[in-house]
Ligand binder design. Structure first.
Ligand SMILES: O=C(O)c1[nH]c(=O)[nH]c(=O)c1I
Length: 309
């Protein structure tokens, strides 16, 4: 049973990897991921300079998932480029970047342009928790269009984008129309659902400090929206743009559902934080069991073949 995948030439041994932001910020976390069964390593979104992020508590878990307003804590682009330079593993690395402005993204990309050791950039267009900014770039279609038009004039290396969830067909079509104009390496759907709140009824309060308790929602409760985003972009994007699914994956069955919707690979966020490194081995085992029972030999046997009726 083959659960490997190929993202535009990047061969990934197992289609299951970590989601940016989860246990992928420090040298130790990146090393552990590099040595794990995660098919690839996705780094924490980075900025030009290191950031402490928002005040705590900024993360909270409940059985339905997670809420976070981390505020983009990271060690800065130079740390991640240096880690990539000195790593000695063949495992693919996706370097996630998330500048606080278009200009900062340019600065980061120029630095990344000279690094040879990453397999691709995952350009984060969807961080919902930045106090400094009021808008999620992924919802500003004209700004994105101008940004990508300029970016691809100078950036010629593999680059994919991480999108926020969309909900209206018009928005999926609009975003796909923009992305279809460029050599986009992959699209990761979705980032957390922006600006939810969770409540502690004992304290009669919110559960995280930043932004009066508003934060990105992840985990099981967002899976229906994430599956829908994968399916919509699978329908509207150029067939040569692979989709990486992300959002609420807890079991091998969830992984199967994403591939059925058209994903070529998946990323694990909240469940990875809850379970740790062993989550990858468990999900691989569960996915292989499902493929065996259904007599599928690889992901291509059923990728995108979701039935409607
Ligand atoms: O608050 C964060 O650091 C964060 N949190 C998220 O849920 N998604 C993101 O892309 C980011 I950059």
């Amino acid at each position: 049973i083959d659960i490997s995948t190929n993202i535009n030439g990047i061969k990934i041994s197992s289609c299951i990897m970590n989601a940016s932001g989860i246990l992928c910020c420090t040298e130790k976390e990146l090393y552990n991921l590099m040595m794990s069964s995660s098919g690839a390593v996705v780094t924490k979104s980075c900025t030009i300079k290191p950031r402490k992020g928002n005040l705590k508590p900024r993360y909270f878990e409940w059985k339905g998932g997670s809420i976070n307003s981390m505020g983009l804590p990271n060690l800065g682009i130079d740390f991640y480029l240096n880690f990539l330079e000195k790593k000695n593993s063949k495992k693919p690395f996706l370097l996630s970047i998330s500048g606080l402005s278009i200009e900062e993204n340019y600065l980061i990309l120029r630095k990344a342009n000279i690094s040879s050791n990453m397999n691709a950039i995952e350009l984060n267009l969807s961080c919902p928790n930045l106090l400094e900014k009021d808008k999620i770039l992924g919802y500003d279609f004209s700004k994105i269009s101008d940004f990508l038009e300029n970016l691809f004039q100078f950036y010629k290396k593999p680059l994919g984008v991480k999108l926020p969830p969309y909900f209206e067909d018009f928005h999926f079509r609009k975003m796909a129309f923009i992305l279809n104009k460029y050599p986009i390496y992959f699209v990761t759907c979705i980032n957390s659902l922006p600006n939810g709140i969770c409540i502690d009824i004992n304290k009669e309060s919110v559960v995280i400090h930043p932004k009066k308790g508003f934060g990105g929602i992840g985990g099981l409760s967002i899976k229906p929206f994430a599956l829908a985003n994968v399916r919509k972009f699978y329908t509207y994007l150029r067939k040569d743009i692979p989709i990486i699914g992300c959002g609420g994956i807890c079991t091998g069955k969830d992984v199967f559902e994403y591939i059925l919707c058209g994903a070529s690979a998946v990323q694990i966020g909240t469940q990875f934080l809850k379970e740790g490194i062993p989550v990858f081995d468990r999900l691989i085992k569960e996915l292989i069991t499902i493929l065996k029972n259904k007599n599928y030999s690889s992901l291509n046997s059923f990728k995108g073949k979701l039935n409607v009726f």
